[in-house]
Design a protein around this ligand. Sequence first.
Ligand code: BYC
Length: 308
Amino acid sequence: MTGEEVFTETIARDQRVEPRDWMPDGYRKTMIRQIAQHAHSEIIGMQPEGEWITRAPSLRRKAILLAKVQDEAGHGLYLYSAAETLGADRGDLTRRLIEGRQKYSSIFNYPTLSFADVGVIGWLVDGAAICNQVPLCRSSYGPYARAMIRICKEESFHQRQGYELLLTMMGGTQAQRDMVQDAVNRWWWPSLMMFGPPDDRSPNSAQSMAWKIKRHSNDELRRRFVDMTVPQAEALGVTLPDPELRWNAERGSYDFGTPDWAELSRVISGDGPCNAQRIERRRRADEDGAWVREAAAAHAKKQMGIPA
Ligand code: BYC
């Protein structure tokens, strides 16, 4: 059998493609694109919540937030390693991010204005991430699917800590409840946009689904997220800012309004509220860390007996 035949059969049988297997160039490119974008999202995603570590209201909240942000760094590292199995170079991927040639999730271009945002990011953003990523545990590329299993376990903890924080705040003062509602109002629509453009405007979906990289379309996952989240909002006592949101008994699912797709396009193309700040911070961190990478590489060379 040719490499191409083996690949086609691997996909048809729902088995995993592994790094040394033959794969079409387009498959390799798509995997690098998606994994790199995902890795960048985890690393840039440390910024909005990281800003609250020094301002957490208690030692307990600070310890939880520190652990969560460190987990995100870990997710970024598993994912960059998965991209390396496809022949990508981590430094090159970072450069592409900083130069605006690779994307990261639109969601991290919105500001975190109060500590309630930390809870809402855990509940809605990690909730949306789980919805999107659980099916990716069955993605056809082995290293990505395996990384996703561990990431999803940690995301579940992230989601619960967010929800628990919000439950605590909702049981507090009116000012705390107002902070939560304000944060929900600001993060709801951007969370729905995390799933990507609508299916009829998603250029990559058909091929990614044929290759079983993606298992569900953007709209399917978005709908699943809304169905999962509305009862949680009710239990919490917050209102979701969508006048069109209502139960559709016939479909057994919620109807909901249309996100502002022009806003998503603007944010993806670099013109969101915090894009410039996020990238500038990432660029500085990369420059500040250059000497550490150089020292580590020199040490590794020495250990292996390679002349400097
Ligand atoms: N933001 O054809 P489409 C986390 C791009 S981090 C930005 O539908 P595809 C967390 C898309 O890339 C979790 N760009 O694309 C971390 C494509 O452009 P390119 C992040 C977006 O790939 C810290 C174009 O638009 N999750 O959980 O089939 C703290 C057309 O789209 C977005 C992942 O990365 C967007 N929202 O589907 C807390 C999950 N949407 O690349 C939490 C893995 C679309 O052709 N990724 N674009 O130039 C995926 O599942 C898919 O890549 C997407 C897009 C569903 C995002």
